[in-house]
Ligand binder design. Sequence first.
Ligand code: F6R
Length: 242
Amino acid sequence: MNLFIYDNPAAWAAGIAELWSERLRSNPGLRQCLPTGKTPNSVYAEMAKRVKSGKTSFAESTGFLLDEFGGLSPEDPGSCNRMIRDELINHVDLPESSFHLLNAQSHDLEQTCREYDQKIGAPLDLVILGIGQNGHLGMNEPGSDIDSLTRKVELHPQTIQASARYLTHNNLPTWGVTLGLRQIFQAREVWLWANGASKAEILKQAISGPLTTDVPASLLQKHAHCTFFVDRVAASALVKFA
Ligand code: F6R
């Protein structure tokens, strides 16, 4: 596991964007899984700038959405579909046909999940993740099976509460659909992005705590090509590195 620490959030976003652009240059057909939430937005804005100025391109790559909330319209500003479109897809050159959503509105979620796994097929080149304050990855909550595939999940109370930050109403989602831990751990490369003081304590558990499904992010310690990208404030509880 690698740990990259940046001095401030601006350096963090710029540094990640530089490396991501490098991956797209060396492998234009990059097959990547994309998170939503608040954390990725500054990186996505950097990537949009780079695409506009011709410094990078998603044109030949493929994107898979990491997860989606249940019970929200796809147009709800808090849905992962809306967030990823508003923050990244609408501002870069990734073709619509190369972007794959998780349809949480499907009447047959089981089938939708199997089809998603089939679409992914071979291990992804790059899975990008944020981290929940309970250590969840995507919506793989504490206790998730290491071998889990794309599936419907019940959200942890902390995740339900955290979702209020994305929403303009009080109908908080109680479930979601997420890429499984198996696909995350099979990826050739995994990046975890985190910044800010609110992530300091869980990062300490994920990076230097015991490997346990109680903290899904701790399992990343055993992935051969995993990098945690954090800013100095998020790294502040990592005594050894701070
Ligand atoms: C988002 C996702 C979540 C978030 C995590 C952190 O697609 O899967 O695991 O990455 O909850 O959310 P933020 O970035 O809003 O703090």
